[in-house]
Write a protein that binds this ligand. Structure first.
Ligand SMILES: CC(C)(COP(=O)(O)OP(=O)(O)OC[C@H]1O[C@@H](n2cnc3c(N)ncnc32)[C@H](O)[C@@H]1OP(=O)(O)O)[C@@H](O)C(=O)NCCC(=O)NCCS
Length: 173
């Protein structure tokens, strides 16, 4: 994995040394309005990040790519992540920002930077994201980037659970 940069932010490959800073970011309760829970401790996060440093799934079938998002002012503000099938074709993406940084286009900027890398380096052609149906911010982010809501017949083999939806896009537009 490489560090990615534009004039707004930098994406650093997630490393166990990020655990303390990320613990602060991920302790923001606003992040969990729709799903999941904050990490229990810095040590928990450090062990988790250490396990993920190989960037490959245990069965070797997927790239598990995680980047932390850093501003030029050096603050760490969240992360972006992609699960990429090997060989790269489809990628599932996800993203989280501390709520102090919402509403500024920073999550979008981070996702755009990641998608460029997924296309160039991992050969990704299709993108998807699964989100809770009530997560309007996430939905708006995806819509702005051209993702389209999947209908039941688009992917009948892998239906979403009741309160979730999947949005899809071709990777290069
Ligand atoms: C989902 C999440 C990352 C979206 O963050 P965000 O800051 O709203 O997303 P963006 O970076 O796209 O910013 C969009 C907002 O910035 C504003 N904005 C300002 N400048 C902008 C710019 N240059 N470009 C795009 N948007 C800009 C937009 O108007 C928009 O505000 P609005 O939603 O009030 O209209 C954030 O809400 C989050 O971390 N949520 C918790 C975790 C989560 O739910 N993750 C997704 C799981 S599927």
């Amino acid at each position: 994995m490489r560090t990615l940069e534009n004039f707004v932010l930098r994406l650093e490959p997630q490393h166990q040394s990020h655990a303390a800073e990320m613990f602060v970011v991920l302790s923001d309760p606003a992040i969990y309005a729709f799903e999941n829970d904050p990490p229990p401790s810095v040590e928990f996060l450090q062990m988790r990040f250490a396990r993920l440093e190989s960037a490959i799934s245990p069965d070797g079938q997927e790239h598990w790519l995680n980047w932390v998002i850093r501003l030029p002012s050096s603050e760490l503000i969240g992360y972006v992540q992609a699960t990429v099938s090997v060989p790269g074709q489809a990628a599932a993406i996800a993203y989280i920002l501390h709520s102090r940084y919402w509403g500024r286009g920073l999550a979008s900027a981070a996702v755009v930077l990641m998608i460029d890398e997924l296309v160039e380096r991992y050969g990704v052609t299709r993108l998807n994201a699964i989100l809770k149906s009530m997560n309007d911010r996430s939905r708006r982010l995806l819509e702005r980037m051209g993702f389209v809501l999947e209908t039941g017949s688009d992917n009948a083999d892998e239906p979403c659970v009741a309160d979730e939806m999947r949005m899809n896009r071709v990777a290069r537009i």
